[in-house]
Design a protein around this ligand. Structure first.
Ligand SMILES: NC(=O)c1ccc[n+]([C@@H]2O[C@H](COP(=O)([O-])OP(=O)(O)OC[C@H]3O[C@@H](n4cnc5c(N)ncnc54)[C@H](O)[C@@H]3O)[C@@H](O)[C@H]2O)c1
Length: 254
């Protein structure tokens, strides 16, 4: 799909991987709606890119529907949906004080998994009425953000790894379900990327993480994630797969 002039939605677009994706899509000529929980940060990215900022909690179904209405009124129905909104959540199945607190567990699942699936389902339900475009008769593409923790979950990632593993598992059944409409679904599983989310890790742990990738031995740049998003949009052979973007890193148990 040629990205220029397409309508696009990026959740979590006010920071990190989402922000770089908003910039890349905008520079490639797409009309982007930035959906994010953080009002000030949404304003900053909307102003710096000239794109549409919408404050929206992806775990709130009514808010998602309203945000998609708003984006559609301004830009028409989106053919490109990139789900980056996500939260970390360090916890163990059995902690010092006993079994996992389900409140924390629920929060991570609600945002990372249910928020992503909710945006995908609601956006694709609109996409299927669009005219097919290009030689392949494509209607749209959804890119969800999983994580290498889907495969290499470490101790303490009881909730986060489950939420991201489920997003990897969602990819194939969703791609199969939407294929008849010409809609593709792909998940990106980033390794360690330099974003505000990674700064919550203590410096000592961060330093050791920088040594873990095979090559290059550094954190990924958000622009490298955004570049893959553009490649996936443009190349219709990407479908039904979770792509590790991780410089060959494999995480140990802790
Ligand atoms: N940074 C990494 O190393 C890394 C690695 C693997 C996966 N990821 C995943 O990539 C995605 C982006 O992460 P990032 O590193 O850019 O983090 P980030 O914290 O910089 O950005 C996340 C954005 O999501 C928004 N957000 C959080 N909860 C939301 C909600 N309920 N509704 C709407 N927006 C919400 C935040 O306001 C923020 O702007 C996340 O899903 C994260 O789990 C990141």
């Amino acid at each position: 799909m040629d990205v220029a002039k397409q309508s696009a939605i990026v959740t979590g677009g006010a920071s990190g991987l989402g922000r770089a994706t908003v910039r890349a899509l905008s520079e490639a000529g797409a009309n982007v709606a930035i959906l994010d929980l953080a009002p000030d940060a949404v304003d900053v990215v909307a102003r710096e890119t000239g794109e549409l900022g919408i404050v929206c909690d992806v775990s709130d179904e009514v808010a998602v529907t309203n945000a998609l209405d708003h984006a559609q009124e301004r830009h028409r129905v989106a053919r490109i949906v990139v789900n980056c909104a996500g939260v970390p959540g360090d916890m163990r199945f059995v902690g010092r004080t006993g079994p996992a607190d389900m409140t924390c567990y629920r929060k991570v699942i609600e945002v990372n998994l249910l928020g992503t699936v909710s945006v995908m389902s609601k956006a694709v339900a609109r996409m299927i009425d669009l005219e097919p475009i290009g030689d392949d008769g494509e209607r749209g593409v959804v890119i969800n953000t999983s994580s290498i923790t889907a495969f290499d979950g470490q101790i303490g990632q009881a909730a986060y790894a489950v939420s991201k593993g489920a997003l990897a598992a969602v990819t194939l059944p969703a791609a199969r379900e939407f294929a008849g409409w010409g809609v593709r679904v792909i998940a990106i599983a980033p390794g360690l990327f330099d974003t505000p989310m990674s700064t919550i890790v203590p410096d000592r742990v961060l330093a050791s993480f920088r040594e873990k990738p095979l090559f290059p031995k550094c954190f990924g740049k958000p622009e490298e994630y955004a570049e893959l998003v553009l490649g996936i949009c443009r190349n219709a052979m990407f479908n039904g797969e979770t792509i590790r973007l991780d410089a060959g890193v494999r995480l140990e148990p802790r």
